[in-house]
Design a protein. Sequence first.
Length: 556
Amino acid sequence: MNLFSQTENQGNSKAAKDNFSLENYKDALEEYLNLLKNDSNNLLYNMRVGLCYLNLNIDKSKAIPYLLKASADPKVENFVWYELGRAYLINYKPDEAIKYFKKYYNVTGGKENYYVSSQRMIQMCEEAKSKISKPVNVTIENAGPEINTAYAEYNPYIPGDESFLVFTSKRAGNTGGMTDFDGYPTSDIYISYQKYDKWTKAKSVGPLINSELVEESVGISSDGTKLFIYCDNYTAMNEVLMSEKKGKSFTKPVYLGENINSSKLETSAAITPDKKYIVFSSDRNEEAGGMDLYISKKLSNGAWGPAENIGEPVNTIYDEDYPYFSADGKTLYFCSEGHNSMGGYDIFKSTWNEKDDSWSKPENLGYPINTTDDDMTISFSSTGRHAYIASSRPGGYGGLDIYKIIFNDIDPAYTILSGTLLNNDSMNIYKALALSDTLQKDSLIQLTDNDLAVKNNDTLVKNNNTTKKIPVDISVIDKSTQKVFGKYHPNVLNGKFLIILPPGDYKINVIAEGYEKYSEDISVSDRNSNTEIFKDIMLPAIVKEPEIAPVNEQKN
């Protein structure tokens, strides 16, 4: 909250200072921007405006001109060079960032006050250049207005079937209406369901989980039945609890036991698909420093056993957090400031090798999944084609937004469109035409499938030594390119057709002799599993007007 009132929008230096000290960068920024209106060259104001922009999930490029202006003052503190380096890296200018990190190292003589040193930041800059030059083959889509708002949405998790999405938001209308130390509403957990291939309007998961203080989604089981929640409220302080999904509701969160919940900080957790192991993050080992990942096995009595540090090569001297298991339970995803990060936290994966009883060397998921800013959580569909992350990217709704990743190298689930071509009497059009032809010759016989033959993808109706050709053509147009995706012909014995379509928007055209042209748009979504659509197509017959002979005029 803003601790002090402004005086005619001139800013309040004490409010600015106190909010900045409390890491309420939102309200501090407002105060400092107002103070700069009357004191535009003030070193402290410019520097802190730059730092506020860097620590808010808004346009961080705005930090650069203020930090540059502050750096021009000979009295500027040395750390401004480090922060300029960070600002340039976050804004995808690694070469500029390297220049300022080197300057910070030189002016301090290597005696730095940052947890992540300038030399480590230079390594990240080099890694960023390498990864940006070789982007991975993905498509990233904003999850849309049913999920995202002008506030921060983050920590998205889905079950393997992608049927619902749970996430955290610091949006207006939160439970209790309280404000957090950062000037934004306290966080709540929300849920949205997949309906007709779209996300429903997100709603609070309810009062059994959300309170007027802090709750965050920090993990989910692959079947979606177990949700892990970080709580800093009246029930738990800096702990991870677990809630069970019953129908469309979640139960009240419970502790995971003394081997997981400790007097130290626990921030996130993941459970294997077989529910036998939990991996969680904690800062309980002071010698290791920072956050590490730990693993606990479920005991025969149902309790979780003693936790062990997961060790190298997963854990580093830097922070690791937000573990997540693949649907097969063999791959562990997590975020880290270590390894070959391209800036801040990156998302990595490591695979368990049963033969060696060890984890593989962590692999960076690459750009543009990872950015030069912090990237921390990921959650996958069971096929591995879709994943969900939170990020601040151009064109978003504001703050952190939730995005869907499509891994283009993984084939999409296909959709089979099948059905039968029928006339208005719900009869297979081939038999209907054959029957009509027979009746017209006053020679009615019972037709069987053996009476029909195929030649050049057309139907030949044989009866009384006469043959009638009936052309039928089905074409599919890709609406995105306006090009023909494919041409198809139905089975001439029973009128059935079958079309296999990848995700996209199409127009289906059917042309059959003696029938009106049929045309319909169809949208095929990028589903998580293969789907079949059954659709019979009714073709109205073309009615010919009877010929009327001219009436001869009578002669008088």
